[in-house]
Design a protein around this ligand. Structure first.
Ligand code: TYM
Length: 332
């Protein structure tokens, strides 16, 4: 079996949380050894689709780069780069928009959610967001896209865009498969477990940040919403407990059913303490390594620049073929 070409993207907005870590970042680290190549992109062009501050965007971009490196991405074993450094993404977005259905874009849940929240301007960039995402992946002819559950609809759309391009212009692009983790694909807010954990839509106390100090993690998990029952089991009406079971299972690398067995007959107090300690252990090494890496912006910049060069070499080849197939520019 040939190795997969792995591609994923992550926003430099807000602060990265446990949902990002469990649903996505942990899969990236695992993917860098399976993928040939494995490509990870910090998507600053996506970040400008909602209200933002330019100076802060740069800071957050370095934060995100340092978090990914601290989590275990190794620029020797993967391609890590900043989206805007590879202009091909923007060009391919426009070219792919010719085979993207306006109706499909209108049906995107995230567009509906996010556009409703914009007070000043629901930008056209927000509407085009999924086309840029398709360009990100299709530019590398990636076969595998590791993401959390909330990106399902976006990946479905990029598959449709690739299929439509190939039908219209001949076999050129690869239809990628999504890779969603079996456990932890949707980590929920600790205070409102019917909503996903998120720094933009969630509660402050219900969101564990990758860079939270151990005591903050303990406090947030200690006050996590459970239910009036006493059994550590997944099931109807137990969204809060099910979420904590998933977190513990992932942190320990075991199956959720093993967690249920271990805590049979024990109360929620012991269980929550175990979840807190396992989460502290999971995130502490990332936080410590981050503190070492983040101050050296020149080194972060150098790593991104080297990544961009490798990424560009691949994307440029795809673009040349796409342009040619579409009759854009002189014939090759
Ligand atoms: P972003 O930056 O919002 O999220 C990064 C990754 O984290 C996952 N995630 C979660 N997983 C589990 N539980 C949660 N509560 C949770 N919240 C977020 C997301 O599914 C994602 O995998 N549009 C993308 C970025 C992107 C991209 C791409 C992804 C741009 N281009 C190309 C894949 C391929 C986004 O906003 O992710």
């Amino acid at each position: 079996m040939p190795k997969p070409i792995v591609f994923s993207g992550i926003q430099p907005t807000g602060r990265k949380h446990l949902g990002n870590y469990i649903g996505a970042i942990r899969q990236y680290v695992e993917g860098q050894d399976r993928g040939d190549p494995a490509i990870f992109c910090i998507v600053d062009l996506h970040a400008i689709s909602v209200a933002y501050d330019p100076a802060e965007l740069r800071e957050r971009l370095y934060d995100t780069t340092a978090i990914l490196l601290a989590a275990g991405l190794d620029p020797e074993r993967c391609i890590l780069f900043r989206q805007s450094d590879v202009r091909e993404h923007a060009e391919l977005t426009w070219l792919l928009s010719a085979v993207t259905s306006h109706g499909d874009l209108n049906r995107m849940h995230q567009f509906k959610e996010k556009s409703g929240k914009q007070r000043e301007l629901a930008s056209a960039a927000l509407f085009f967001y999924p086309v840029l995402m398709a360009a990100d992946v299709l530019a590398y002819r990636a076969t595998e896209v590791p993401v959390g559950d909330d990106q399902r609809q976006h990946v479905e759309l990029m598959r449709e865009i690739a299929r439509r391009f190939n039908e219209r212009f001949g076999e050129t692009l690869v239809v990628p498969e999504m890779r969603i983790p079996g456990v932890g694909a949707r980590i929920m807010d600790l205070q409102e477990p019917e909503r996903k954990m998120s720094t933009t839509g969630g509660t402050e106390n219900g969101t564990i940040l990758v860079l939270d100090e151990p005591d903050a993690i303990r406090k947030k998990l200690g006050s996590a919403v459970t239910d009036s029952g006493r059994e550590v089991l997944r099931g109807p009406g137990k969204a809060g407990i099910a979420n904590l079971i998933d977190i513990l299972a992932v942190a320990r690398g075991i199956d959720p059913s093993e967690v249920e067995r271990e805590f049979e007959g024990k109360g929620y107090g012991d269980f929550k303490k175990a979840v807190a300690e396992a989460t502290v252990e999971l995130l502490a090494p990332v936080r410590e390594r981050y503190a070492e890496l983040r101050p050296d912006e020149a080194a972060l910049e150098a790593a991104l620049a080297a990544g961009a060069e490798k990424a560009r070499a691949i994307a440029a080849g795809t673009l040349a073929e796409v342009r040619d197939r579409m009759g854009i520019g002189p014939s090759r």
